[in-house]
Design a protein around this ligand. Sequence first.
Ligand code: SF4
Ligand code: SF4
Ligand code: ZN
Length: 333
Amino acid sequence: MRNLKEAMFYKKLKEEKVNCNLCPHSCVIPVDEAGECGVRKNVEGKLYSLVHSKACALSIDPIEKKPLYHFFPGAESLSVATVGCNFSCHFCQNYNISQISPEKVFGDNYPPEKIVELAERYGSKIISYTYTEPTIFYEYAFDTMKLAKEKGLKNIWVSNGYTNIEPIKKMAPFLDAINIDVKGNEEVYKSLCGASLQPVLNSLKEYKKHNIWIEVTSLIIPGYNDSLEWINFLSKWINDNLGKKTPLHLSRFSPQYKMLETEPTPLKTLEKLYGAAKKKLDYIYIGNIPTSRYGNTYCPKCGDLAIRREGFKAEIKKLKCEKCNEKIPGVFD
Ligand code: SF4
Ligand code: SF4
Ligand SMILES: [Zn+2]
């Protein structure tokens, strides 16, 4: 079998079964089978990651594309992914790598040293673990993050937040920022993602405890989570648990994968939800729309423009409001 790495966070059970404790699915896996994510397999009573050092996507992206708007605006990051995911979202943009077995798409051999070397060579001071779900390639991400930190680079995750508390604690010293997509209420998680909301909220609170910079995304899908009820719940929850300065990105849905029949989210709906979220939170953005009007950062006190964005480009104007001295929150140079 190609290079396997023994998994972190699992227990051995009777009859050579194993119990994976990396994510809330808590899979009990018999010999020769893989867990729900498809990339962690029981071989002779031990759990192995099938995707360590197997990058199936690698590219340099602007940090705004993650999206992270308050973390080194305008910077580029080297982005890496392996195949697999612990969710099965019907709207997944990257289903060709997230919903496929590692037997079908191997990924190329990029050990952690090579990833860090590439980031340095291309002058990227940030490495993003993204496109699929970094939780399921935890060991690969963890080894790379440790090395990257030693070299003075930053690490960010773009995640569904479905990670257990112990793994979060272990990697927290090496993680600088995270964007978590909160997909909707429990019904949305059950019907569209094969998962559950509460563990995602728990993990957000854990990241907050470790002072990791957090931004939240919610992909607004017509007929599923485009109600005021959802956005009022989410913005209040963020305000109460993460603070009103936590950026929230409302992202426009466009037909994908198993949801080709669902219409793109109307701009009017997004504007209505934007208005509701603004009552509870200081920094709301709308993404995946033709106009950049909702991508700028404005001072929440006086409304002055702080950061202008065009597409995925950020023009940094000021990180402190010139008119009223309000500090724009985030991690900047
Ligand atoms: S990481 Fe994979 S194997 Fe482990 S509990 Fe989650 S879905 Fe199951
Ligand atoms: S969590 Fe993300 S990568 Fe995984 S299936 Fe859902 S949208 Fe795709
Ligand atoms: Zn101001």
